[in-house]
Design a protein around this ligand. Structure first.
Ligand SMILES: [Ca+2]
Length: 492
């Protein structure tokens, strides 16, 4: 560089000007922290359930909007995630079961992470985002990363207690190779161990490392972190179990089949019955029901603590002011509601799912009671980032609710599980099961949430509801017809 001080000064001014210009262009897109929590039902302190210890999700909610009447598209892992991440609705033959792959069910569709990557984002998948970590690999800037189970020889169950390991080892040894994929250990355990012994603890530490690296990156990031708990088995460190008193723990207010419910609506809770000490048929004992409930709550609090570590890292790294945080559970969960455990049903307890969005400059510490659904997440993120949403999306941006949470939004939303198609309005939820061959209706149910929020009596055959049944059935038919036209390419 020249020794001329004036020339040095002018050169520095030019370099600084270029630097500032570049800097201004680098972070015009907001970062996105995308937190998935497997099998989390909307039972959290910030949802008004004060018996749940969830201080960190509560903190996130205080910085954003709780979508209190949000619904999944399909109440099972893989299908729900494929729908959410593609921004498209399920059909009778698309996004059906837990093992759904987006790249098989909807090849060529541009998923949310792929779209953001193409817009200049660094996109990272950590833990359980797609059900299959190798689904849509091109959507990610790096190969998806997940911590290994503590005992991978017995699958993904991640037991840490020596008794649990002995039980699954015996079950494994006594099972033929062909049935080992269904071999489970106990449904829960509570060893006195550190958070990082289990995968979700390791995942939080990895997420913090990612945030530290990404904070210094010039590109905006979409960091997707998917926690496994509170999915079965309910394995969590003892200190989280100790937050709950089994003698006073609340259990389901309606552990019975709704009056006049069709048999299609009820299942045998098969996912739970694969685990040790759970009977193959019939109700579990009262003591077991309480232990399962305590374990589910303990796993919520364990995951909440891991989320807190990520939020603390965001604050420390000064990322909070320029980062959108979206937290979602992939569907609801039954704690013996309607006799059911797990998900896989068309009731509110399976369909309603958590959604919290904290976006810089938007409303904080508020709750929206508008009807929303998971297909709305993709267009919302596009909108918040100032990006044009792709044409294929089925949902609507939630940004009007992020600015004015009290307003209404949709008149109805749609969910489905296998052949059961549901339409939900502010006051009603109507479900009909369609035979795939004849396309005839094989069963129906209607619940009036104005007088029956727990869905204890199916009133579909009550004459006084005939008009509403007809109206909602027509809406479902229109939905089916629109899906068929879209599939045929006649509609976008
Ligand atoms: Ca799930």
């Amino acid at each position: 560089m020249s020794d001329n001080p004036i020339l040095i000064f002018l050169t520095c001014c030019i370099l600084m000007s270029c630097g500032l210009k570049e800097q201004a262009g680098e972070k015009t897109l907001p970062n996105i922290l995308f937190i998935a929590v497997d099998d989390l039902r909307p039972e959290l302190n910030c949802y008004g359930k004060s018996h749940i210890h969830s201080p960190n999700i509560d903190k996130l909610a205080s910085r954003g909007v709780i979508f209190n009447r949000n619904y999944c598209q399909v109440p099972v892992c893989g299908a729900s995630r494929a729908s959410l991440l593609s921004g498209t609705r399920p059909t009778a033959d698309r996004f059906v079961d837990f093992a759904t792959r987006l790249d098989e069910d909807f090849p060529g569709i541009q998923s949310l992470p792929e779209y953001l990557k193409n817009q200049g984002y660094t996109t990272l998948s950590r833990g359980k985002i797609f059900h299959h970590a190798n689904d849509q690999l091109d959507a990610w800037s790096e190969t998806p990363w997940s911590p290994a189970s503590g005992n991978p020889e017995y699958g993904w169950f991640d037991y840490a207690d020596t008794n649990s390991l002995a039980i699954i080892k015996r079950a494994w040894a006594s099972s033929p190779d062909s049935s080992r994929s269904r071999v489970r250990g106990p449904a829960f355990e509570y060893p006195d161990v550190e958070d990082s012994v289990y995968r979700d603890g390791k995942l939080a530490l990895k997420g913090i490392q990612d945030l530290e690296r990404l904070a210094n990156d010039k590109k905006p990031f979409f960091l997707a972190i998917g926690f496994w708990k509170p999915h079965l088995p309910f394995n969590a460190p003892k200190k989280y179990w100790d937050l709950y008193n089994i003698n006073t723990i609340p259990t389901s207010p309606n552990p019975f089949i709704p009056e006049d419910a069709p048999k299609n609506a009820i299942h045998n809770s098969g996912e739970l019955r694969n685990y040790g000490l759970i009977p193959h048929t019939g109700p579990v004992s009262r003591d077991t029901a309480k232990l399962l409930t305590q374990g589910y709550y303990a796993c919520i609090s364990y995951t909440d603590a891991q989320i807190g570590k990520l939020l603390d890292a965001m604050d420390r790294l000064k990322l909070t002011e320029n980062t959108i945080v979206v937290l979602w559970g992939d569907h609801g969960w039954n704690l013996e509601d309607h006799t059911l455990w797990c998900k896989h049903a068309n009731f509110e307890t399976s369909m309603r799912a958590p959604l919290i969005i904290s976006a810089p400059g938007r409303t904080q510490n508020a709750t929206s009671n508008a009807l929303t659904e998971f297909v709305d997440i993709y267009p919302t993120i596009c909108d918040l980032a100032g990006l044009k949403a792709p044409e294929h999306l089925d949902g609507m941006s939630l940004t009007p609710l992020l600015d004015h949470p009290d307003q209404t939004f949709k008149d109805f939303i749609f969910s489905r599980f296998h052949q059961g198609e549901s339409i939900k309005t502010t006051d009603f939820v109507y479900t009909e099961w369609i035979d795939p061959k004849s396309e005839g209706t094989t069963a129906r149910m209607l619940y009036d949430h104005r007088v029956d929020s727990l869905e204890n009596k199916n009133v579909v055959d009550d004459p006084k509801y005939a008009d509403i049944v007809k109206k909602l059935s027509t809406r479902l038919l229109e939905r089916r017809n629109a899906s068929a036209l879209k599939k045929s390419g006649i509609l976008n």
